[in-house]
Design a protein around this ligand. Sequence first.
Ligand SMILES: N[C@@H](CCC(=O)N[C@@H](CS)C(=O)NCC(=O)O)C(=O)O
Length: 211
Amino acid sequence: MYTLYYSPGTASMVVHLALLEIGVPHRLEKVDLDKDAQHEAEYLRLNPRGQVPTLVIDGKPYFESAALLMLLAERHPEARLAPPAGGALSADWYQWIAFFTNALGPTYRYWFYPPDLGSEEHPPAVRDALRRKIEESWSLVDAHLAANGPYMLGADFSGVDLLALMYMRWSRNMPRPATEWPALGRFASLMRARPSWSRLCDIEGLTDWRA
Ligand SMILES: N[C@@H](CCC(=O)N[C@@H](CS)C(=O)NCC(=O)O)C(=O)O
């Protein structure tokens, strides 16, 4: 049995989407970030980083959204979230998951959490540098999708697309939202037409960037 500790619209989204795509029973526990519930002793016992998501699998808690996505893909091969191990698309699967979680993820984290870099608000030069780095990532992904899409791994949907969609949503209030790149815009429309997306928006109560 799975229990997902989540907060609407955050890094837990990709795990929630994966559970919905798989169609496996799971329990949801909302962590109220506004009330700093992620730093309460009870939650820190599950996730010493004080972040969401945490996925409890058969009583044992695990963190890091991309790792949880890969784990769910491995545990539920019938959902085809990952390409067959060792097959032609394996390298692409690992590459893009690592890219999103290593290159884009930490930059977003700094964008949204200035205190991680020691200030309440970023100085304009830092804000600008972070924005530029995020936009460079979107340019790279857009060029990849234009040449190899419509999905991140080519013709077929996979779990990497869920990760990409989550990060795309986070750009919606940025100076240049990811949907403004043409191939990314088409990709977002494809992904937001999936039943898992509308279901997630209903459950998490997300009203903006639905379609
Ligand atoms: N690398 C982590 C990042 C998790 C993360 O930064 N979660 C944010 C929400 S998007 C969080 O829990 N923020 C609350 C806090 O840091 O106090 C992952 O992908 O799981």
